[in-house]
Design a protein around this ligand. Structure first.
Ligand code: CP
Length: 310
């Protein structure tokens, strides 16, 4: 079995079989990660560059650890402190990195479509680590994998994605992944933070957080992305927290457990209170743990494609 794609640009172009293959491969790597020696030689002949034009904690560290656990050679690039600040283009930057004999590029970029552009112009496997407000495929994979781990399967589960949908790349990738795996999806947030086109993707839309929580098995709570917001989408953070914030008292009032997820970083006390983020139904740190196994699986499967056509 192999992936149907040579790059991981988004979830949109993956098949359900690709998702299952990534999960089954991640299961094996998760077992490796629980051994005393958490390393395998699978990518010892591969060099990977992590190219980050935007800030990151989880994704960047998780990719780097996944690469090292697979014995790849790793180089790291951040736009700050680089020659991008002197005006070098994206294509020149990446071509210079590739001239150093690099086979794979993991890239985060503020512009939607930047990894798709690169994939058309360079000879290397590209992994999208988040492109603007478009897609964040490995986040959606680790989210769906964590639901599968917690609930046994994703098919038939009801997942509410709650928060700033408009400025989120996690939302779109999650919708594609969850639907391909047979889950039902609802998005919830103020009307100003839900794009009109979402109705065309076959998701339910709610503007009431209690209604969304009463409906779902899993709530994936998204950050208010103030750094991406150009206008005023709600009166104040205090008001947002009052109407859309999730806390333990609200969860307890449902009289049924709802699994709480968040891709991070959390604005504590805004979209999610600490007593819910750290509560008994939260799997937020399991998501982070699973991110390493999922990224090992993605890198391993893409490297297998490289080896097959070399
Ligand atoms: N979830 C996520 O992408 O977090 P970082 O921005 O810290 O990588």
């Amino acid at each position: 079995m192999s992936l149907s794609v040579n790059h991981l640009l988004g979830i949109k172009n993956l098949t359900a079989a690709d998702l299952q293959l990534i999960f089954e491969t991640a299961d094996k790597f998760k077992e490796v990660l629980n051994r005393p020696i958490r390393k395998v030689p699978s990518l010892r002949d591969i060099t990977i560059a992590n190219v980050f034009f935007e800030n990151s904690t989880r994704t960047r560290l998780s990719f780097e650890l996944a690469e090292k656990r697979l014995s790849a050679d790793v180089i790291n690039f951040s736009a700050s402190g680089s020659s991008v600040k002197k005006g070098e283009t994206l294509l020149d930057t990446v071509n210079n990195i590739l001239a150093m004999k690099v086979e794979m590029i993991v890239m985060r970029h503020a512009s939607p479509g930047a990894p798709h552009f690169l994939a058309k112009h360079i000879q290397a496997a590209i992994v999208n680590a988040g492109d603007g407000t478009h897609e964040h495929p490995t986040q959606a994979l680790l989210d769906a994998y964590s639901i599968r781990e917690k609930h046994g399967e994703v098919a038939g589960k009801k997942v509410a994605i709650i928060g700033d949908i408009s400025h989120s790349r996690v939302a779109l990738s999650n919708i594609y992944a969850l639907q391909k795996l047979g889950a039902e999806v609802m998005v919830c947030g103020p009307p100003t933070l839900i794009p009109r086109y979402l109705g065309q993707l076959g998701v339910q839309v709610s503007h009431q957080v209690r209604q969304a929580l009463q409906w779902c098995d899993v709530a994936n709570v998204l950050r208010i992305q103030l750094e991406r917001q150009q206008g005023k989408y709600f009166p104040s953070l205090r008001e947002y927290a009052l109407y859309y914030g999730i806390n333990k008292a609200l969860l307890d009032s449902l009289n049924r457990p709802v699994t709480i997820m968040h891709p991070g970083p959390i604005n504590r006390g805004v979209e999610l209170a600490s007593d819910a983020a750290d509560g008994e139904h939260s799997i937020i740190l399991d998501q982070v743990e699973n991110g390493v196994a999922i990224r090992m699986a993605v890198l391993y499967l893409l490297a297998e494609k490289i080896k097959s056509y070399n």
